[in-house]
Design a binder for this molecule. Structure first.
Ligand code: PTJ
Length: 270
């Protein structure tokens, strides 16, 4: 399939480029077909939060990084969507936080595992856990493909970053006592609600920010990191994230006549 040329001045350039990355990821077997739909759902929520990193998301990202840096054995779980969108940032965050990358797929296919592994190595990874050639252990609370985890990764982790995750798995990880961090644009999803820290932002924007934060915070004393995590309140974070969506919707409704007026005078918007 030919890649489309997106004009640099296109008002929705970033969103279209991100779509292209997901489509390419699908063509190279990194992204599951259902991953295209999951991306569409994410786009809709991104629109509702205003396609920006809110202050709330930045605070949650900081708490997430503090949790990864202060963990005994942190792990970053990688699925097809995350790998296609931010492979380099995943590798960088993994290195700075000493958190191995583990491939863990809902729609498992050997060719997908191989494609994701190759993409992570191409992005600079030195080691990737969770592959077929490695030992595996079972999360008994889970029946999907994701029940198989790497004993050196998720199996023995205390803190796990599971971006763009499905609710059953988050529930199972919580049931076996893991501290779960997620990145999810939908603050009402089961994963968002069950997690200990939910970063309500697009992984494309926030994972590079988390890399920056990790660089800044990596030498913080453990006590300071623990304090940042302890002071983070996910219920408040999620309530306020939903409120941001409601406020944004209310403001958009008021803004419609102004946008129509601008359109009629030839001004383009997003
Ligand atoms: O690669 P696999 O086989 O492991 O499958 C990956 C998907 C994403 C298909 C699988 O985990 C899945 O079905 O996930 P869900 O249940 O659709 O949940 C994905 C969540 O991520 C939804 O709440 C979306 O709103 C959200 N999301 C989608 N794109 C983004 C996102 N959140 C942050 N950034 C995004 N770019």
């Amino acid at each position: 399939m030919t890649k489309i040329e997106i004009p640099p001045d296109h008002p929705r350039r970033v969103s279209l480029e991100t779509r292209e990355a997901i489509i390419e990821g699908h063509e190279s077997h990194i992204v599951a077909t259902a991953g295209l739909l999951a991306h569409g759902r994410g786009e809709a929520f991104d629109y509702l939060i205003g396609e920006r990193t809110t202050e709330l998301a930045a605070t949650a990202a900081r708490a997430a990084v503090a949790a990864l840096l202060s963990a005994k054995h942190p792990v970053i779980s990688v699925n097809g969507n995350a790998c296609s969108l931010v492979p380099e940032a995943l590798v960088e965050l993994s290195e700075i936080c000493g958190a191995p990358l583990e491939i863990n797929l809902f729609y498992y296919m050997k060719e997908r595992e191989d494609a994701i592994k190759a993409a992570l190595f191409a992005a600079g990874a030195k080691e990737v856990l969770g592959t077929k050639d490695r030992p595996s252990t079972i999360i008994p609370e889970l029946s999907s493909n994701r029940r198989k985890v790497d004993p050196d990764g998720i199996g023995s982790a205390d803190v796990i970053l599971v971006p763009l995750e499905d609710g059953d798995r988050t529930e199972a990880l919580k049931a076996i006592g893991k501290f779960v961090i997620t990145i999810d644009l939908n603050p009402m999803s089961r994963t968002a609600v069950y997690s200990d820290i939910t970063v309500v932002d697009n992984i494309v924007r926030v994972l590079p920010l988390m890399v920056e934060l990790a660089r800044e915070m990596k030498d913080f004393p453990k006590d300071t990191l623990h304090e940042i995590v302890k002071n983070f309140d996910n219920t408040e974070n999620l309530d306020n994230s939903v409120r941001i969506i409601m406020d944004h919707l209310a403001a958009s409704a008021i803004d419609i006549s102004e946008r129509r007026r601008k359109f009629e005078t030839g001004v383009r918007d997003q």
